[in-house]
Design a protein around this ligand. Structure first.
Ligand code: ADP
Ligand code: MG
Length: 718
């Protein structure tokens, strides 16, 4: 019997309330024995040794065993417990700012104790702040003590107990192809059982660094396992998809009217060509290429599953519009979904401007529409009158029934959860068919990485910006020079330019000292008093933040888009997609608090017109007087390059790809242990092994995926 068997549904005993430990475990997704066994330590503490103070060095994490020689509570400068201990080689002061009476008693003079903590040197001799103490005596453990990731209310010792019980019960038989050569990176691969036993209980003599950087053979095994699960599930869903059917959407080609006798009748061009003819610009080579890739996919009877990546401003929207025309020309419906209302509305405006003059009927769908308007839109969608539907999450709600959805486009796909993508795909249940799926992202990942990691995704890349863009000049400016920045804004407004001012967060945590957008707005309004636009009007300073009612947000955005507002102070709601070519300066306040790709996205809002544009990264060093290492790296990268792929590469370096891909690209943290930046050999192995298993040992493949992904595996189809 597993330790925590699935609750049997009918018997009354099984409805006994769950204890706090079970609840906390469940919250962390630790339900099955195998989940617990695969819950690996973040780090280890070494309690296996006693260090003599004589041999210790400042800054060491040590455990000492010593006799208490002094114990006193002082109140100046604040209440604290001060204990002096002597281990026969030297003395050390233990200091506690918060403590229980029982702790004080356990450290009574004459008691022999073990204290573990970071050793600080100093004028007054050795000291430890809040060491972990226990009575001396008893054997020292022979293994390192694992420290697990946990949640509030679940202390380490209870979690440890649960993990060890899970490990003892879990079924850990091998799921790799039998007889396969078990060598990766010239290392013989450990078995899963060996690897887990070791990682939960490493011998004290292991080099800790190999555990920390995951280079230890036990980690190699786990990373191989994890990558294999991910590859199998993606490969599997690609194979499943190959058997699915989607509407065949062939690009319609116009019949030339060459007849010498017939009068030139107005030729009814297909939408695709009409749109191309109507655009005020020619497609770039890269746009042309990705349009062809998409058109090829749409003409097949297998559903497309394509990621369109392109830097901010690369021109993805027009590619989406052209894809939509292919679909509409073929007599089917197309839907476009964006993560925020502002962004969805921008798309909507642009698409109507392009497509309605060509006779396309569009419908706008959002969460806060009036009931009557919404009903009429839903009818248009159900009857097929609406050929193109644009909106937010509202597009995937249950009540929305399409007549014949054939192409679903998702902008900024990483901001949607996997479940939402699945919901969109399920919107066409028409004779067993699925819609084609085009996902767009401005957070590109290096192409080779994308290709090998996303076994179930075809990737199109726009790697060229439209001509005539002036690169954005990025400057790092210390907060202390804020006044100069405001002067520059005044000058820009006088030139008829528009400016964004971005603040990191809204309200609340005054403790965190974040700029409050509301306050910044008021200040800027005051400092820019009397500034005039070239037309002689007083400069309008607007405010946009996420807590404003939608109508108000829209009005502010519209005023900025139409040029009636000179300066827009905003939180990161403008992050994606907003397109105001006349905006040529962006100031980002507390830039040190943003992630690299977020900064890049923000910066992409300027440099969209022909005017020379700039981005000022205002940073504050806080009390310490200097920036943290990663913040400095990020800001430096921003100043050095405008290239989204280069930014993505640096981001990968700074943050580590687990977080990068997991959280941002798939909407779910999928890789916990492996690092795509460095584990390329393991990834290659996992790709091969996944093919091998699916072709020759499907039962093992299934078992492996169930073990690693459990109930989540169905989501991997998305
Ligand atoms: P993103 O890829 O960030 O979504 P957009 O689709 O918003 O970029 O395009 C950015 C701007 O570039 C828009 O104003 C768009 O009309 C314009 N644009 C797109 N393609 C071209 C092109 N080939 N030539 C000139 N301008 C273009
Ligand atoms: Mg866009």
């Amino acid at each position: 019997m597993p330790a925590r068997s699935a609750p049997t549904k009918s018997t009354p005993t099984s409805t006994a309330p769950k204890g706090p430990v079970e609840k906390a475990l469940e919250k962390m997704g630790l339900v099955r024995d195998i989940d617990l066994a695969l819950h690996l330590p973040l780090r280890y503490e070494d309690e296996t040794r006693i260090t003599k103070l004589r041999d210790a060095r400042e800054g060491d994490m040590v455990q000492i065993e010593a006799v208490v020689t002094h114990n006193e509570v002082t109140f100046r400068p604040r209440k604290q417990l001060i204990v002096t201990v002597d281990d026969g080689t030297d003395v050390c002061t233990l200091r506690f700012f918060s403590f229980y009476p029982s702790q004080q008693k356990a450290l009574a003079v004459g008691n022999r104790v073990r204290a573990r903590g970071e050793l600080k040197g100093g004028f007054l001799g050795w000291a430890m702040l809040h060491p972990v103490c226990r009575a001396a005596g008893g054997d020292l453990p022979t293994a390192l003590t694992p420290i697990y990731p946990t949640v509030a209310g679940l202390p380490q010792h209870l979690l440890r107990k649960a993990v060890l019980a899970g490990l003892a019960q879990a079924e850990l038989s091998d799921t790799f192809a039998p007889g396969d050569l078990r060598q990766i990176n010239d290392q013989a691969l450990w078995t899963l059982r060996e690897a887990l036993a070791f990682l939960h209980h490493p011998k004290a003599d292991v080099a800790l660094s190999t555990l920390q950087d995951h280079s230890h053979p036990a980690w190699q095994r786990l990373k191989a396992e994890e990558l294999l699960a991910q590859q199998i599930s993606q490969l599997h869903s690609r194979r499943v998809r190959a058997h699915l059917r989607a509407p065949v959407l062939k690009r319609v080609v116009a019949e030339p009217n060459d007849s010498p006798v017939e009068p030139k009748l107005p030729v009814l061009l297909p939408l695709y060509e009409s749109l191309l003819a109507k655009l005020p610009f020619a497609l770039t080579g890269a746009q042309q290429r990705v349009c062809d890739e998409i058109a090829r996919d749409l003409a097949r009877m297998v559903p497309m599953h394509r990621l369109l990546q392109g830097d901010v401003g690369a021109g993805k929207t027009v590619v989406a519009a052209l894809a939509a025309t292919i679909c509409i020309d073929a007599g089917w419906q197309c839907a476009l979904m964006a993560p925020t209302e502002i962004l969805a509305e921008q798309h909507f405006r642009k698409l109507i401007a392009w497509l309605e003059p060509l006779g396309v009927t569009t419908a706008w769908l959002t969460g806060n529409q009036k009931a009557k308007e919404r009903r009429s839109r839903l009818e248009m969608i159900a009857s097929g009158d609406a050929q193109l539907v644009v909106g937010t999450h509202a597009v995937i709600q249950d009540k929305v029934h399409f007549k014949n959805l054939a192409l679903a486009i998702i902008d900024e796909q990483h901001r949607f959860g996997v479940a939402q993508r699945l919901a969109l795909r399920s919107k066409l249940r028409h004779e067993g068919m699925e819609p084609h799926l085009l996902m767009m992202t401005a957070t590109p990942i290096p192409r080779t990485l994308a290709m090998s990691y996303y076994a179930d995704l075809d990737v199109s890349t726009i790697d060229e910006l439209p001509p005539g863009r002036t690169p954005v000049l990025t400057k790092l400016v210390n907060e202390s020079r804020r006044a100069e920045v405001v002067e520059r804004i005044r000058h820009q407004i006088g030139q008829g330019r528009q400016i964004y001012w971005v603040c990191p967060l809204i309200e609340e945590s005054e403790a965190l000292d974040l700029s409050n957008a509301t306050q910044t707005h008021a200040q800027l309004q005051a400092s820019l008093q009397g500034t005039q636009t070239p037309g002689g009007q007083a400069a309008v300073v607007g405010l946009l933040h996420s807590r404003m009612p939608t109508e108000e947000k829209k009005a502010v955005m519209a005023a900025f888009v139409q040029g009636q507002m000179a300066l827009l102070v905003s939180t990161t709601v403008i992050e994606v997609g907003v397109d105001v070519p006349n905006a040529s300066l962006m100031v980002i306040e507390h830039a040190e608090r943003f992630g690299l790709s977020q900064l890049h996205q923000l910066r992409g809002r300027v440099g969209r017109g022909t005017a020379a544009s700039a981005c000022v990264l205002l940073y504050s060093t806080g009390d310490s007087g200097r920036l943290g290492e990663t913040a400095r790296e990020r800001l430096k990268a921003m100043a050095q390059t405008n290239d989204g792929f280069e930014i993505a590469r640096r981001d990968l370096e700074i943050r580590g790809p687990g977080e990068f891909l997991g959280a941002r690209q798939s909407g779910e943290a999928m890789l916990r242990f492996a690092d795509l930046g460095t584990d390329t050999a393991l990834l290659q192995w996992a790709r091969r092994e996944a093919h091998l298993l699916l072709d020759h040992h499907p039962a093992l493949a299934e078992k492996h995926v169930a073990r690693w992904l459990g109930g989540k595996s169905e989501f991997l189809k998305a």
